[in-house]
Write a protein that binds this ligand. Structure first.
Ligand code: SAM
Length: 234
């Protein structure tokens, strides 16, 4: 088996895929050199010999037609302006009977307790950022329709709620950690974009960060958001 993880990031999922398909080969590709270097380091640390990382674009995979058995793409299509073109490219490299696994965690719908207006404003910013970057405002990629349009013969799809906490989801340490991750994400690109576009002021952003941290300190804190998945067959 030959499996390609498209948009593999630092390879944290790719290494588990490599273990699953061993002695088959796994190749992680990502646009960012830095991610590929991290992936190589992780594979070395895990002692995996059946894995390789390449800098490449999902729109132009460096593989021949019908040369790959399985492909995987997690949290990548949701960031692309042309997810259909990416799926057509993946379809090109898959062998007859080949399979694709997709995870889409793009939804900004959030179930959060306790909530407050600054957290709701944060979710609104995430929506604006996605629309700005991709031109899409929907809360879900129509994965089955995209797979059909890309030429896949058959597909299954599912959805779950991810809590980012636990299990078990209950300790203060854990909710603080989730809040901290959200604050880091918030302070990065979405924050800069929000300022540049005039969607929020510096004070608004500080208020949102404080709101996230306050949520993390709540003894009853809970958070969940939808994640969608699909499997397609050539
Ligand atoms: C949110 S990360 C997901 C990483 C990994 N799949 C995971 O779930 O842990 C999205 C990744 O897609 C990569 N990416 C974005 N556009 C890409 C493209 N056109 N071709 C290849 N990779 C791309 C980014 O560099 C980033 O590493």
């Amino acid at each position: 088996m030959r499996l390609i993880d498209c948009g593999c990031g630092p390879g944290s999922i790719t290494v588990d895929l490599a273990r699953a398909v061993k002695p088959g080969d796994t190749i992680g590709i990502d646009l960012r050199e830095e991610a590929v270097v991290q992936g190589r380091m992780l594979a070395r640390k895990r002692g995996l010999a059946n894995i390789e990382f390449l800098v490449a674009s999902i729109y132009q995979l460096p593989f021949a037609d019908c040369s790959v058995d399985a492909t995987f793409t997690c949290a990548v299509l949701q960031h692309l302006t042309a997810p259909l073109a990416a799926l057509k490219e993946i379809r090109r490299v898959l062998k007859p009977g080949g399979v694709i696994g997709i995870v889409d965690g793009s939804s900004t719908i959030t179930f959060r307790y306790p909530t407050n207006p600054s957290l709701e404003m944060w979710d609104q910013l995430r929506r604006l950022k996605r629309r700005y970057n991709t031109g899409r405002s929907t809360d879900m990629l129509p994965l089955r329709a995209l797979l059909r349009e890309a030429g896949f013969a058959r597909s299954h799809a599912s959805g779950t709620l991810r809590t980012e906490m636990g299990p078990p989801a209950g300790s203060l340490d854990e909710t603080r950690k989730v809040a901290q991750n959200h604050v880091i994400r918030h302070r990065g690109v979405p924050g800069e974009l929000a300022l540049a576009q005039g969607w929020a002021t510096k004070e608004d952003l500080e208020q949102m960060a404080a709101g996230l941290q306050a949520w993390g300190e709540s003894p009853d804190a809970f958070y969940a958001g939808p994640v969608f998945a699909a499997v397609g067959w050539v």
